[in-house]
Design a protein around this ligand. Structure first.
Ligand SMILES: *Cc1c(COP(=O)(O)O)cnc(C)c1O
Length: 355
């Protein structure tokens, strides 16, 4: 199987010897005269030793993430947010003209990275039902000619989850020809398992995780690509030499202690409770024409005039996200579940809002 992942990569990547950074070559112990660093820490350094380049893939962090995601360390690549993981996948595997599958309405970075790379974007739009969105019947058929199929579960902005059968079918259809990528940015909010459980069965499965949402570290920029070690090796050939700033690594390590994770689990439960309240309140409002609660920390609603709602909410100091530009989401607005007082303020505003 390894040889075939190599064959799937762009020819330019196959022949590449990765840039070997000084800190990746040598241990950072002893007298460090190999990276042109300043020996004197900056007066602005909060004690982190920022005069030194960071470890490109810190072992302690990889170990914690391997525990958290319950996968072997060899399957992990830590990146500057999932956004970098998405971009690395496209740049490693898609030559200009090759195709990437997206399942819109979805996160915009898949198509953006594809277009920058000159790849074609093939769309298999989700099917709208009254209370949820579902994968289309022709998903596998449309995925067949793609180098990468980007699935997202729970999906942003519709909140729907995909079934194991769907991921398995797309993975099998792409066996030997491409990779199926499942973006699980919101999986911690979902009442179900991560698709990492399918990694042994589907060697061409890639799962994207991030600390940005449920782990409350959006400002930290830390994502993880989980894939076959051969895929990880290919991505490493083109990743930036030092993708992870030292403060990012320190913050992530502090957030991944057992105590911090226990606190985080309670907060996720709190957000879930808040969401149930918000959904109930929204259901009782005439101005909400449709609602898709989904399985993430946001809800998608349809109103008579989305632009008006966005503007009126902004005037009341509340920022919501207009999704109307997405295919099939006319007059739809995405509402993130906030803290209790924020949700109360939103509900109070909506109770008086008329389009
Ligand atoms: C927020 C989001 C991400 C971004 O992840 P970062 O790790 O912050 O780059 C990725 N995918 C989806 C679907 C998201 O909504």
């Amino acid at each position: 199987m390894n040889a075939s992942f190599e064959a799937l990569a762009r020819p330019e990547i196959r022949s590449l010897t990765p840039y070997a950074s000084a800190r990746a070559l040598a241990d950072s112990a002893g007298i460090l005269l190999n990276a042109n660093e300043n020996p004197f820490p900056s007066p602005g350094d909060p004690g982190l030793g920022l005069n030194r380049y960071p470890d490109p893939q810190p072992t302690a962090l990889l170990d914690r993430l391997a525990d958290l995601y319950r996968v072997a360390r060899e399957r992990l690549l830590v990146t500057r947010g999932s956004d970098e993981g998405i971009d690395l996948l496209v740049r490693t595997f898609c030559a200009p003209g090759e195709a990437v599958l997206t399942v819109p309405p979805c996160f915009g970075m898949y198509a953006l990275s594809a277009r920058v790379q000159g790849a074609r974007v093939i769309e298999a739009p989700l099917v709208e039902h009254a209370d949820r969105f579902e994968a289309p019947d022709d998903l596998v058929e449309r995925a067949r000619d793609c180098k990468l199929a980007f699935l997202c579960s729970p999906n942003n902005p519709t909140g729907n989850v995909l079934t194991e059968a769907t991921v398995r079918e797309v993975g099998r259809a792409l066996d030997g020809r491409g990779l199926v990528v499942v973006d699980e940015a919101y999986v911690e909010f979902q009442h179900g398992d991560s698709f990492t459980t399918l990694l042994d069965e589907l060697p061409n499965l890639v799962v994207l995780r991030t600390l940005s949402k449920a782990h409350a570290l959006a400002g930290c920029r830390l994502g993880t690509v989980i894939a076959d070690p051969a895929v990880i090796g290919l991505l490493k050939r083109i990743i930036a030499p030092y993708p992870l700033p030292t403060p990012t690594v320190e913050a992530a390590l502090a957030a991944l202690t057992p105590e911090a994770l226990a606190t985080q689990a309670r907060r996720i439960a709190e957000i879930d409770q808040q969401k149930q309240r918000l959904v109930e309140a929204l259901r009782s409002l005439d101005s909400i024409r449709a609602m898709w609660p989904g399985e993430a920390n946001f809800v998608l609603v349809r109103v008579a005039d989305a632009a008006r709602l966005i503007d009126d909410a902004a005037a009341a100091g509340i920022r919501l996200r207009n999704q109307s530009a997405q295919p099939g989401l006319d007059h739809c607005v995405r509402i993130t579940v906030g803290a209790p007082d924020e949700n109360r303020a939103l509900i109070a505003f909506l109770e008086t809002w008329t389009p």
